[in-house]
Structures are given as C-alpha cells and as structure tokens.
Ligand binder design. Structure first.
Ligand SMILES: [Mg+2]
Length: 469
C-alpha cells in the first residue's frame, strides 16, 4: 500500500467562536479529534498534528492517540508556516501527504481512502475532492511537490501550487455535504441541523435488555399542561412488559399526589411508590446529616415544605441551621433577601436541583438553578445540590426498584442533569428530544446518551420493534 502521511493543521485561531475552532464539539468530540481520528482510521502514517493557538488544550484533547506533534510558534504568520513544519516531520519514504483542516467534521476515513485510491491509480501529483465542479479540501500532494509546498508563503497553503499544476491534478467527486466547512457560528448551527443525530451515532444497547426505568417527568411525559404524544401507549407498554419504573423529577415544587393527579388527568394511573421528587430526596438527605427537628428555612413551594415537615424538621423564617432552596414560582426579592441573610449568617445552603431553566408550554423559563445562582452571587456561597446530575436521586430510585445498573435505563430531556447523572451512575441513558435539549445541544455537548428518540411515543415504537411486535 502507498505510504501517505497525514498533516492535521490545528494551529490557527478563529475569533468568531469565542474559543479556538479546533476545540468546538461535534457529536461528542472536538473538531481536531475528528480530523485526527479520520486520518488514523484511513491508515495515514504518520499523522502529524501542527499545534499553535491553544496548543496545550488541543494536545490534551488528543491524549492516547498515536500521533506526532510539532509546535508552530509562528502560527499567526499564516498556514504556510504550519505546512512547512508538518512536511519536515514526514519520514523520507513518505510518498505523499494529505493536509487536513479541523473545520470539515464530515470528512471521514472513507473519503480520505478515496483520495488515496485515486492517487494510486492515476499517479497524479495532486488529488482533491470536488462537488459539482467546485474544488475543496483535504488535498493529497505527491512527495515531488513537497519542496515547492514548503516554499509557499502567507496564508495561501497549497492553492498557488494547485493553480500551477492544475492541468495534472485529478479530482474525486463526492457528496457536497461531506465537504462543508465551518467558518462561522451560523455554519456550525446549519451543519448541526443537516444531519440527524441518530444517523451519526447508532444506539449502544438493546431496549430488550432493560428491566427497570427511571423516568424524568417535565419535558418527557408532558410539557407544562400538555401531555406528550404517546404517553398512554408508553405506560401500557411498561405494564405489558412488566418493566419496573420510578418517575424521578428534579422539580421540588409539587407533592407526589399532585403528580399522580396530573398523570390521572392524562389517562395514566400510578401509585405514590412510583413518584420520587428532589424534595423527598432532599428531606432524606437532610435526615442523614442533620439532628431530628433541626431548624430549616425553606425558599420553595408546597412540595418541598411538605417533604421537610414529614421528615420531622422545624420550618423557620429566621435563625435557621439549613436554608433549602427549591423552585418557587412565587419568588420575590424579599424572599431572596431572607434566604441570603441566613446563608451569610452561616446556615448550610442546600439546593434541591440545579436546573437553570424549566420547560414550559411557551418555552424555557427560569428554574431553580437560576435562583441558586442569584443567591450564590449575593452570598459568595455555593449550594450543596441534591437533584440530578448529583447521585442522590438516582441512588434512591434504584433502591426502591431493587434494580441493577446493567438492566436499568434513565429517560430524560436534559443532557446536563438527567443524562449526565445517568452516565455518572453507570446506567443506560435515553435522551428524548421533547423537552429542553435539542439536536444542536446534543452535538455540542460532551455528554453522550446511549440512545436518542424524538419522544416517549417513538421510544415505545422502537421498543416494540426490538421485542418483535
Ligand atoms: Mg425534564
């Protein structure tokens, strides 16, 4: 096989993204890692990464990969300085090199192999991909052109060479989408939308293995007062297949019976043993660290007050040992002030859940995380948080179910709480796109769910298919 090297040009800075473009996340990896992995998978040898801007961060992202490094201290002078350094790293028996930019996330090993095949069959000095006659990158250069490439200056890269050797260069026609590059935040958003996530990442487990479910409610079972389509079918399926479930919510504002009533209105009957709120988990946690009858100030709603009263705590307006904050839709400046003063006086600051927004019928509105942020800003004290992604809620749900992680899945609509917490707890994770997190969040996030469905209705259909009807 022809010996082709890969040079990943990861030195430049882009001011348009707020951070170096090569570190932007794409389907769970930074862009630079996608370029490197495509090069390695295509059998390029060696793969040389040219570092410059944010070198330490880029290098840290590529740990464990079999690549060589070269540092371009003059990266600000343009691409040609990186090209020269990359070429100098290639051993003498290298027959050609492919230059990869970090901003084409859909350039795969398959595309690189096509360029190499064309190079082998034509012996052309330059091979590049095209779409509808438009020349693009990455470009493969024959070894004979390395001295000329090293002599190019400024930011032109190989463009002037391609112009000079244009009549001998050959092209490989590919799907235009694969060549899309990301120059602006708009390009990034557009490209995210062009590819459904489920096509990019196949599910990592079989639904047929699942015996227990921990299901989030807001954004999964309903949005505000609207049930999600397929709600009744979903619960019918769980009952038919005898799947144990706990409906576990970070929302501490309501009592379990209020959730039961809401579900009943939507045609689903569940018992109190099926409901677990972060208010209940907070009361359980507090009981484990505080003496019986401890003085607790609550900034929150009925669900939280009830759970703490039931836990035997004394609710007070001032002089509290603990300040517990849950979502309060009746929040006022005075309530924030009363809580802040007690935290400043030394009371332990506890938050039921960290969700900064709440998925209402009309869109995301401030959630408990926003209240915690306000109090933290005012007091300089960070809260201890009970709800997802912290472990307490899922641990309590698992205990109730008598479940083991291997056969338990969590279903949630938030990557940063439901899914991140599930991953930490070693559970299978299912993201539904019916609530807070959308496709674009998914691609930009380092948190990886094992399976993604539009909503629980689609999940129920997938489940039935896997179980054979
Ligand atoms: Mg939710």
């Amino acid at each position: 096989m022809t010996h082709i090297g890969g040079i990943v040009l990861a030195a430049g800075a882009s001011s348009r993204f707020g951070r170096p473009k090569q570190l932007l996340q794409w389907a769970g990896k930074p862009l630079v890692a996608r370029a490197v992995d495509a090069a390695l998978e295509a059998g390029l040898e060696p793969v040389v990464v040219v570092l410059g801007c944010a070198a330490a961060q880029v290098r840290a992202e590529l740990e464990d990969r079999a690549v060589q490094w070269v540092m371009n201290w003059r990266w600000e002078e343009g691409l040609s300085t990186s090209v020269r350094l990359g070429l100098a790293m290639l051993p003498p028996d290298t027959e050609g090199a492919i230059f990869l930019q970090c901003d084409q996330p859909l350039v795969t090993a398959k595309l690189l192999k096509k360029l190499i095949l064309r190079f082998e069959s034509t012996q052309a000095p330059i091979v590049y991909p095209t779409h509808a006659g438009q020349r693009s990158t990455p470009v493969l250069f024959d070894r004979a052109l390395f001295p000329a490439l090293a002599g190019v200056s400024g930011d032109k890269g190989g463009r002037s060479l391609i112009a000079r050797y244009g009549d001998q260069a050959v092209s490989v026609e590919v799907d235009g989408l694969l060549l899309t590059d990301i120059d602006t935040p708009d390009d990034y958003e557009r490209l995210l939308k062009a590819i459904p996530y489920s096509e990019a990442i196949p599910p990592k487990f079989s639904l047929a293995e699942i015996r227990h479910l921990i299901v989030d409610m807001d954004g999964v079972l309903w949005r505000g007062n609207e049930p999600v389509e397929g709600l009744v079918d979903f619960f019918d399926l769980l009952r038919q297949r005898e799947i144990g479930f706990v409906l576990a919510t970070n929302n501490a504002s309501q009592r379990p019976d209020q959730y039961m009533n809401k579900l009943a209105r939507f045609g689903v009957t569940v018992g109190p043993e099926h409901i677990l709120t972060s208010a209940q988990a907070t009361a359980d946690y507090l009981a484990s660290i505080a003496p019986p009858g401890a003085r607790v100030h609550v900034l929150g709603m009925e669900g939280l007050r009830d759970a703490l009263t039931a836990g035997g705590f004394t609710l007070v307006e001032e002089g509290a040992e603990y300040v517990v904050v849950g979502w309060a839709i009746d929040l006022t400046w005075r309530k924030l002030a009363v809580a802040a003063l007690q935290i400043q006086a030394g009371a332990t600051f506890i938050g039921t859940n960290p969700d900064v927004t709440f998925p209402s019928e009309v869109g995301p509105v401030p959630g408990n995380g926003a209240q915690l942020a306000a109090l933290q800003a005012a007091t300089g004290v960070a809260p201890l948080v009970i709800g997802k992604p912290e472990p307490w809620l899922y641990q309590e749900a698992m205990r109730r179910l008598g479940a083991t992680p291997e056969t338990t899945a969590v279903i949630g609509d938030r990557l940063d709480t439901d899914i991140a917490g599930g991953v930490r707890a070693g559970l299978r994770t299912i993201l539904v796109l019916s609530g807070t997190s959308n496709e674009s969040d998914l691609r930009a996030s380092p948190v990886r769910p094992d399976l993604v469905a539009a909503d629980i209705g689609e999940l129920a259909r997938l489940w039935k298919e896997e179980m054979g009807g």
